[in-house]
Write a protein that binds this ligand. Structure first.
Ligand SMILES: NC(=O)c1ccc[n+]([C@@H]2O[C@H](COP(=O)([O-])OP(=O)(O)OC[C@H]3O[C@@H](n4cnc5c(N)ncnc54)[C@H](OP(=O)(O)O)[C@@H]3O)[C@@H](O)[C@H]2O)c1
Length: 186
């Protein structure tokens, strides 16, 4: 037998012809899936993103990433000096940054903060309710007050934020002006 007559399994010309449409179909499907995925991605460039608890931890990590994506940031937390450090770090990184000291468990503080933010920038596109504290311990040592603090921080705080942002944005859309206290914002 001469070498030209040798065939290896899977290399017959007929088999290659049969596989070609499947390969082309596979590439087409992959390209369609990639296009669909990209078209569903939301760009945060030039969006106004409010992050509660943006002064450290997960909130600050999110703020850095969003700054790199070109989002305008509004941060809040209770500890003023720590919030100011976050502001200083992000000021050169995001297009615009606003930092407002606020305890999200205090409804009036939340409403003032959102009024200040809307009076200055006119909109909030994304709200990230990140602020929180984790208190853990054996159940026999936990006090009712611990649960109350957790509920205020993780339930009522986010609800105050959602209500204030939705209502504030709706009133801006209706052309109503919001009450502002610019001195509270950095
Ligand atoms: N780290 C984890 O393993 C983990 C796991 C599951 C869920 N989480 C949740 O993820 C979120 C962030 O956690 P983290 O680890 O990044 O916590 P972190 O480092 O302690 O940061 C919490 C942030 O929230 C702020 N904050 C807390 N209470 C607030 C209040 N009443 N009003 C306004 N700001 C408040 C803090 O600032 P001030 O103290 O100055 O207010 C700080 O900026 C929390 O909601 C936490 O429950 C974390």
């Amino acid at each position: 037998m001469t070498p030209t007559n040798v065939t290896h399994p899977g290399t017959e010309p007929g088999l290659a012809r049969n596989l070609l449409p499947w390969a082309a179909g596979g590439v087409g499907l992959w390209l369609a899936w990639r296009w669909l995925r990209q078209s569903r991605q939301i760009s945060l460039r030039d969006k106004v993103v409010m992050i509660t608890g943006g002064s450290r931890g997960l909130g600050l990590v999110l703020a850095r990433q969003l700054a790199d994506e070109g989002a305008h940031l509004i941060l809040c937390a209770r500890d003023g000096p720590e919030l100011e450090r976050a502001f200083d770090e992000l000021a050169g990184r995001a297009p615009r940054v606003m930092a407002i000291p606020c305890d999200v468990t205090q409804r009036e503080q939340v409403e003032i903060m959102i009024a200040v933010a809307l009076a200055r920038w006119g909109r909030i596109d994304v709200l990230i309710n990140n602020a929180g504290t984790i208190t853990v311990g054996p159940v026999e040592t936990m006090l009712l007050e611990d649960y109350e603090v957790a509920m205020r921080t993780h339930f009522w705080g986010p609800l105050f934020m959602i209500q204030a942002v939705c209502r504030g944005c709706a009133s801006v859309a209706r052309g109503e002006s919001s009450t502002s206290r610019p001195s509270a914002a950095k």
